[in-house]
Design a binder for this molecule. Sequence first.
Ligand code: GDP
Length: 216
Amino acid sequence: MADHEAPGRLTESLIEAGRLLFARPCRFITSAADLDGLPAPNLPEIAFAGRSNVGKSSLINALTGRNGLARASNTPGRTQQINFFELDARLMLVDLPGYGFAEAPKGLVERWTRLVNNYLKGRVVLRRTCVLIDARHGLKDNDREILGMLDKAAAAYQLVLTKADKLKAGALADVLARTSEEAAKHPAAHPEILSTSSDTGSGIAELRAALTLLAT
Ligand code: GDP
């Protein structure tokens, strides 16, 4: 193999490593309504955050190839909990409760902020938070609040566009460029933004590959 082919092969092997890891058994561990309910911090954790309806459950299901692993419907006012899924004893996938219900009562918002903030600030095994952004809408103010919270907690995060299938290529490139420009201003943001679709599967292999680098 010529030297110039090496980077491509590396990516290919990483994609394959991601495919293999995410094909392994993934099981629900627990739901935590407060810090006392968190499981022992034995594995590197990847958290998933996003506005309600952003496509978070669908993305976790697409990554693991298991429909119904993460509940695909979230109802306003339902008890907000952090759900933990263990992937092959190598990685913990952490489903943070969705945010941004317009009609959410103040008490619920405060509870959400306290729970998520405490988790982000105190979780030594947290390796990365994927902040999901609906490709049709781009960053909204309540997403920006979360980015600010992650910056303050010094918790590394990566922006991931969802529902990319809903946009034409040009519009997707625009939202990617705008989002990248804004992410560059945030100290804790990963420079690379991934664009995904749980419907078509685009970007899922790349996200698996990126997360595989963080597994034990
Ligand atoms: P959550 O509230 O963030 O967990 O969002 P869900 O995963 O429940 O998805 C919310 C809605 O968006 C559902 O109607 C999904 O079918 C839809 N959805 C999720 N992902 C995609 C996607 O990649 N493409 C399209 N077109 N729709 C999606």
